[in-house]
Design a protein around this ligand. Structure first.
Ligand SMILES: Nc1ncnc2c1ncn2[C@@H]1O[C@H](COP(=O)(O)OP(=O)(O)OP(=O)(O)O)[C@@H](O)[C@H]1O
Ligand SMILES: [Mg+2]
Length: 224
């Protein structure tokens, strides 16, 4: 379970450009939920997602991941933060962020290189992840030669290959047409039905309505 209490984030603290982006957020996300985070541009959605992904810090409140043990993310040092990201979080972004010139399977194996898993596990795990997104047939293809929807499937496979506790997606369908958006949302829903916790930031009502619960943010606060 993700437990967020009184979460605050201020950019450029103490400078003339200081900006209070998150103003005391409180919410929880239970294991196995599929949640959408919506709100206008500048509301703080990506800021929140980056904090949940432990790729940005916060300066007030608490972010805890509660399972058998309890981790307070704000108390981790740099090394532990990297371990946290690798073990617990899978991230999917709007622009896919694949490594050009690598094949599909090579892209999916990248997170495994930073894990503690044996080398002999890399290929079978990557193929398993690709099966989940229906891309195992194209494992050897160069990612440059894929369509947008196929690229996003590969990015999702890369996000799940380490079996994270939850998947974070920031506008994962923002660069896709309506039909492909529907296909990508089906992939997320299937993963969710298999038990994955998924948090999707989106502008798109078509995406939000696929989620069990919607959290609306406005001006750094939860409004619905
Ligand atoms: N590195 C930064 N330094 C200063 N201000 C920032 C920084 N990053 C974001 N902000 C500000 O914080 C606010 C929230 O930004 P954020 O990117 O979280 O919005 P968002 O809800 O994701 O918007 P969008 O829908 O356009 O992606 C914005 O006003 C933005 O200008
Ligand atoms: Mg954003």
């Amino acid at each position: 379970m993700i437990k967020i209490t009184e979460l605050n984030k201020t950019y450029n603290k103490g400078k003339s450009t200081e900006f209070h982006a998150l103003k005391g957020l409180d919410f929880t996300v239970n294991d196995g939920e599929m949640v959408a985070i919506i709100g206008k541009s500048g509301a703080g959605k990506s800021t929140l997602l980056h904090i949940l992904g432990a790729i940005d810090d916060y300066d007030g409140g608490e972010y805890k991941l509660v399972s058998d043990t309890e981790i307070e993310v704000g108390k981790l040092n740099q090394k532990k933060l990297a371990e946290f990201r690798n073990a617990h979080v899978g991230i999917v972004l709007q622009d896919f962020a694949l490594v050009e010139g690598y094949s599909v399977i090579e892209n999916v194996m990248i997170p495994l290189r930073f894990s503690k898993r044996k080398k002999s596990e890399y290929k079978p795990r990557a193929m398993e992840a690709l099966k989940h997104v229906g891309m195992d047939d194209l494992a050897k293809k160069d990612v440059n030669k894929l369509s947008g929807g196929q690229k996003q499937r590969v990015a999702i496979a890369r996000a799940i290959v380490n079996d994270p506790d939850f998947i974070l997606a920031d506008e994962p369908t923002g660069a896709l047409d309506t039909e492909t958006t529907g296909q990508i949302m089906s992939v997320f829903k299937e993963l969710n039905e298999k038990g994955k916790t998924i948090i999707v930031v989106t502008h798109d009502p078509q995406v939000a309505e696929q989620c069990e619960r919607v959290i609306e943010i406005s001006d750094g606060k939860i409004v619905g």
